[in-house]
Design a protein around this ligand. Structure first.
Ligand code: HEC
Length: 148
């Protein structure tokens, strides 16, 4: 009789531990796959300092000189790889929204850290009517690793 009780208890403990480990693993994957919030104040203030001279506070850029980030395909695309890479490495001679821009976009990979870059990108992805999927500092770090 006590053997049966012991076995039942062992099975219950096994099931409980197994389930909670699986839950934690799923939670971790979810957390690393997508961000749901960011430091919006920091993102806005860094955008104002580093980006708005060209892209403007309203995200509309300057016709023919600096592309708009409002409605930009790069900024609203859920896959943020290109967005992250442009901010890290800069951009020159590309076609943004079908227009070739004469002046280059400067790189920010050496002046801003991963979490600041994530905040700026998330600010752009959630401002001016944009609804792009948010990014994490870990995603920025991963791209930085790849581009070196
Ligand atoms: C000196 C002006 C300047 C500054 C400052 C600047 N950019 Fe740019 N940015 C550009 C130009 C010019 C392009 C287009 C380059 C090209 O197409 O070759 C561009 C392109 C981009 C694009 C791609 C847009 C698209 O639709 O393809 C993104 C995203 C972007 N910039 C984000 C930023 C962020 C974030 C900052 C601040 C951290 C920033 N830029 C600061 C000039 C600037």
């Amino acid at each position: 009789m006590s053997g049966v009780v012991r076995k039942t208890l062992a099975i219950l403990v096994f099931l409980y531990l197994g389930a909670s480990t699986a839950d934690r693993a799923v939670g971790r994957v979810r957390q690393s796959a997508m961000a749901t919030h960011f430091d919006a104040k920091n993102g806005q203030s860094l955008y104002t300092t580093n980006c708005s001279s060209c892209h403007q506070a309203n995200g509309e850029g300057r016709v023919g000189a600096y592309p708009p980030l409002k409605g930009s395909g790069v900024v609203i695309k859920n896959d943020a790889t290109k967005h992250i890479r442009i901010v890290l490495n800069g951009l020159q001679g590309a076609k943004a929204g079908g227009v070739v821009y004469a002046s280059p976009m400067p790189p920010f990979g050496s002046t801003l850290d991963d979490s600041d870059i994530a905040d700026i990108i998330d600010y752009e992805r959630s401002s001016w009517g944009n609804h792009g999927q948010l990014v994490t500092a870990a995603q920025v770090a991963a791209e930085r690793g790849r581009s070196n």
